[in-house]
Unconditional design. Structure first.
Length: 356
């Protein structure tokens, strides 16, 4: 039976509605795909729901630069190589009302969203691949308000806005980040860059640096997020510890720091930074967080949250982003260079890029 297995004990569904049955079945199915060796208790083994969040470290800065979205980069005090909180960006969204949770449930409640990626062993290939695991928004909403997991399932979907183009038109970039130099490449090559994020309490993004040498912005529609951000000078070893490279016979021990909430509870309080600086702050509804290229960041949802995010390449990022793409995807780099040269307003930026 779908709802019973040696690893997942049966539940009593007497008196439960069909919606509740659907949510339970979807939750179990997703968890079995994502962590097939775990039983349900292991999703709650650290009991993080009962633990208070750790306080910011004494040396962490709690106030990144704050600007208003109506100001353009040339007319403001924005330091492009420092994190920022941007106010007023959502005020200019063409159809901001469509992003409320109620509206999303009405319009897209039966749409399936990506809540994780499961490792798939392909017998016909020597390489393993990850396959998306999906859950409808109705089921996820029910799960999110009943779950007690240490690191809950998290909707982080980079396909939704691409497929549902009307929703992509319902928001707009902050005016200060309107230019994305990678737009010319997306005309010919799919480069995921925009995402819808819907997360339960304690879900989040584990400590990472954004890929492709991009910067990013994240606009919070509802809920509350905690951001811990480190400058590029901080070493991976000082932030993550040696447990990631050490083998461990008990695999569940290594799960601890592979989750945003686990890292914040167990690694962050004792952190000794070997270089650089740290910001630790809250993001409230209506605020947009800017993360410069190369900065480490861990993000935890303190409440049920809805957000939209984009990665982008600014003029400050161009050389680093092009070098990265040339090393990893030279054909895409050539297309990007051609697209930049074909735009008379951007041609001058390409001087010397072909020799990198």
């Amino acid at each position: 039976m779908l709802l019973q297995s040696p690893r997942f004990p049966s539940h009593s569904f007497l008196g439960f509605s069909s919606r509740a049955l659907s949510y339970f079945a979807a939750e179990l199915s997703c968890k079995r795909k994502l962590r097939p060796t775990w039983d349900l208790d292991q999703w709650q083994q650290q009991n993080l729901r009962q633990r208070p969040w750790p306080a910011p470290l004494p040396w962490a800065k709690t106030a990144p630069q704050r600007i208003h979205a109506s100001q353009k980069e040339g007319n403001l005090k924005l330091i492009p190589f420092q994190p920022a909180i941007i106010e007023g960006a959502l005020d200019t969204w063409p159809e901001g009302g469509r992003w409320s949770l109620n509206s999303l449930l009405v319009e897209h409640g039966d749409t399936e969203f990506v809540v994780g990626a499961a490792l798939h062993e392909d017998t016909s290939s020597t390489e393993a691949r990850h396959e998306p695991v999906r859950m409808t928004l109705h089921d996820y909403h029910a799960y999110a308000h009943h779950q007690q997991d240490d690191s809950p399932l998290y909707i982080f979907d980079d396909e939704f806005l691409e497929i549902h183009s009307a929703m992509a038109l319902a928001y707009s970039r902050p005016m200060c980040f309107a230019e994305d130099l990678m737009d010319v490449l997306r005309c010919t090559t799919r480069v995921p860059y925009q995402g819808l994020l819907i997360g339960a309490e304690r879900s989040g993004s584990y400590l990472h640096i954004d890929t492709l040498e991009t910067s990013a912005w994240n606009s919070l529609i509802s809920g509350k997020k905690r951001w811990v951000i480190f400058s590029p000078e901080a070493s991976a070893w000082s932030l993550q510890g040696s447990s990631f490279s050490d083998s461990c016979s008990e695999k569940t021990e290594n799960i601890r720091y592979e989750t945003a909430a686990g890292w914040l509870h167990d690694k962050y309080p004792g952190l000794v930074l070997d270089a650089g600086c740290c910001f630790d702050f809250l993001q409230l509804p209506g605020e947009t967080v800017y993360v410069p290229r190369g900065w480490w960041h861990c993000v935890v949802n303190l409440d049920f949250s809805v957000a939209v995010t984009e990665n982008f390449v600014s003029r400050h990022d161009l050389i680093a982003a092009y070098r990265y793409l040339w090393r990893t995807e030279p054909e895409a780099a050539r297309k990007w260079l051609a697209g930049l040269r074909n735009d008379p307003n951007l041609t001058y930026l390409t001087s010397g890029l072909e020799w990198m």
